[in-house]
Design a protein around this ligand. Structure first.
Ligand code: NAD
Ligand code: DAU
Length: 350
């Protein structure tokens, strides 16, 4: 019997990790800590919320006393830390929010783990979930490896890089047992429609313009979210203490090519004429400091721990489109309220 704290479990990736651990490990007690920001939604976990090995705790990781009280209450054996402000565009609008949650919040969790475990680290693990954006931006060729120097270029990636440094500093200084993974762009069900794929699915179904930043010639490396969850499971159970693992599926797409593929799938699913959704493509002002290309080398995770992604991108994207179209109530719900204000501010349109 282990008690595991998963932070940010009501968000996109966190909800998939919580679901995987609750269903795969009935002997573990899974505690989901989440502040329920605009990105956190308990609807994401409706199917498992009544499982006997699952508990939800509404806590802000910036609140040191609340974090300490939670550690005292549950005596966690492990932490999988996903809670974060996660959207680059929002970090450009409001960097301080990102420093508070991503840096201060992470340090609060590290302190709570260190103090609660009191140097008796046997069987304990603090797993920090990070991003490939800490490595900066690539040119036409090459990959990010685990030894690529950090070069964060947005307030979001700077805050994540800072949190990674703190996690490593706690290992070096206090011997806290840690592991870190850095993953590429995720896509799949329950992703908040501020990120490229769900935003564009939502706009296509509503016949709204598709705001492509710059010329659309930026490259991202896409991984199906359920594959990220299985990678986290693998690393949590088999990763070597103190190590970093890059997670990715060797699946690079230029934004405009991905968007055209998405339009084709949506035309088919919505019974529209071929080419109809593409007419919604609108080139808009670029993201400031836009990173040109991300590409993850996941060889270490593949060869040392035997993890591999389960899906080809075309199949994953079609499954993703199906999910959003079958869950329009979820989409309608999360795109009311605060979302509309954000949308107007970010895209200068209603
Ligand atoms: P998300 O924005 O969908 O979810 C974040 C969750 O954290 C939400 O449930 C939110 O309520 C919660 N949260 C935010 N601030 C909090 C606070 N102060 N206290 C407690 N909870 C708080 O994010 P996501 O896309 O699921 O990303 C999860 C993690 O994975 C993040 O650490 C992110 O940096 C990392 N990551 C994301 C991607 C991606 O493509 N989305 C890729 C690599 C790594
Ligand atoms: O690489 C991992 C990162 O991927 C994660 O750490 C972040 O949490 C996650 O948000 C994601 O960051 P990106 O900035 O790459 O994702 P986003 O979906 O915001 O954008 C993907 C690409 O699409 C990027 O080149 C910007 C572009 N884009 C995005 C939006 C929202 C547009 O052209 N138009 C848009 O409206």
């Amino acid at each position: 019997m282990k008690t595991i704290l998963i932070t940010g479990g009501a968000g996109f990736i966190g909800s998939h990790v919580v679901r995987l651990f609750v269903t795969k490990y009935p002997d573990y007690k899974i505690v989901n800590l989440d502040k329920l920001t605009y990105a956190g939604n308990l609807e994401n976990l409706k199917d498992i919320e009544n499982q006997p090995n699952y508990t939800f705790e509404k806590v802000d990781i910036v609140n040191e006393d609340a974090v300490n009280a939670l550690f005292a209450k549950y005596q966690f054996d492990g932490v999988i830390h996903l809670a974060a402000e996660s959207h680059v565009d929002r970090s450009i609008l409001n960097p301080l929010e990102f420093i508070m949650t991503n840096v201060l919040g992470t340090v609060n969790l590290l302190n709570a783990a260190k103090n609660n475990w009191k140097d008796n680290y046997n069987g304990k693990l603090f797993y920090h979930v990070s991003t490939d954006e800490v490595y900066g931006s690539l040119g036409e060729t090459g990959f990010f490896t685990e030894t690529t120097a950090y070069d964060p270029r947005s307030p979001y990636s700077a805050s994540k890089a800072s949190s990674d440094h703190f996690v490593r500093a706690y290992e070096n200084t206090y011997h806290l047992p840690i592991v870190i993974s850095n993953c590429s762009n995720n896509y799949g069900s329950y992703q908040f429609p501020e990120k490229l794929i769900p935003l564009f699915i939502n706009n296509i179904r509503n016949n709204k313009p598709l705001p492509v930043y710059g010329k659309g010639d930026y490259t991202r490396d896409w991984l199906y979210v359920e594959d990220h969850a299985t990678a986290i499971d693998t690393i949590f159970h088999n990763g070597k203490l103190g190590e970093t693992y890059n997670i990715g599926g060797f699946n690079e797409w230029q934004n405009i090519d991905l968007i055209r593929l998405l339009c084709t799938i949506m035309d088919k699913k919505l019974n529209r004429n071929t080419g109809e959704s593409e007419k919604l493509i609108t080139y808009v002002t670029d993201r400031p400091g836009h990173d040109k290309r991300y590409a993850i080398d996941a060889t270490k995770l593949n060869t040392e721990l035997g993890w591999k992604p389960s899906l080809q991108f075309e199949e994953g994207l079609e499954k993703t489109v199906d999910w959003y179209l079958e869950n329009e109530a979820w989409l309608n719900n999360v795109t009311s309220g605060e979302y509309l204000q954000y949308y107007i501010k970010q895209y200068q349109v209603g």
